[in-house]
Write a protein that binds this ligand. Structure first.
Ligand SMILES: C[S@@+](CC[C@H](N)C(=O)[O-])C[C@H]1O[C@@H](n2cnc3c(N)ncnc32)[C@H](O)[C@@H]1O
Length: 221
């Protein structure tokens, strides 16, 4: 990676984590205090279809799945309690504030963002357009991955372009198999014969962000 590429995301407006207060009733999950398994995040987990099967199929990983919308989270929480996986925590919060207060730098193995809100009228809110994305990358370990899926072609085109030109992340774009059933939205879109795409982005070794040492008082690293 050249110096120019390395610095290109650092020319963007910086995210300001110090401005975000901790979510209401914030508590650091015990799994984060002394992680024994690789940590995985899911942002916008909906009713938890992916989270529940991921936890079941990956006993060597600990998944923290975050959902902001109360009714979806309540459905997820109920199913998570029934399944009772030791390697899954469901969090009701805005993922941005929660991650700022809970997650140490360089600590996450992979992050799933599956069928995010399209934000077609407010592209600044698309995940790869947000200054927060640099903070999110600072939480990922070198070699860690962010997996994004969407049915919106323009969302995927923009995400791919941002991954290449702003974030300088090696990435692979692929079409989601028509038999895939990871999330409720994926099931719905594929049943309508829509094309769904996935972008898998990797954080290279030596990648630098402006938040590599940034923590709140609640965090120990
Ligand atoms: C289109 S839904 C997809 C849900 C699920 N991933 C699926 O594919 O079925 C997007 C979800 O992301 C959640 N979401 C959006 N922004 C969020 C944020 N900042 N923090 C947590 N959840 C968020 C929304 O509440 C919504 O449930």
């Amino acid at each position: 990676m050249t110096d120019n590429l390395e610095l290109s995301h650092q020319q963007e407006r910086a995210f300001q984590p110090q401005r975000l207060s901790a979510p209401r009733d914030f508590m650091q999950p015990a799994a984060l205090l002394k992680p024994e398994l690789s940590l995985v995040l899911e942002i916008g987990a909906g009713k938890g279809k992916h989270a529940l099967s991921f936890a079941m199929q990956n006993s060597d990983k600990y998944l923290i799945a975050i959902e902001r919308t109360r009714n979806k989270f309540e459905a997820f929480k109920k199913l998570a309690a029934q399944q009772n996986s030791a390697n899954l925590t469901a969090i009701h919060a805005d993922a941005i504030a929660w991650i700022v207060h809970a997650i140490a730098p360089n600590s996450i193995d992979s992050i799933y963002i599956l069928y995010p809100n399209p934000e077609q009228h407010n592209p600044n809110q698309q995940w790869l357009n947000m200054p927060f994305f640099e903070f999110l990358l600072s939480r990922l370990q070198a070699g860690g991955k962010i997996i994004l899926a969407t049915n919106i072609e323009t969302y995927m085109d923009n995400a791919e372009q941002q991954a290449n030109e702003v974030w300088c992340l090696p990435n692979t774009r692929s079409q989601v198999a028509s038999s895939s059933q990871r999330t409720h939205f994926e099931v719905k879109y594929l049943a309508r014969q829509e094309t769904c795409w996935e972008l898998s982005m990797k954080k290279p070794k030596g990648y630098q962000t402006r938040f590599d040492k940034w923590t709140t008082d609640t965090l120990t690293i």
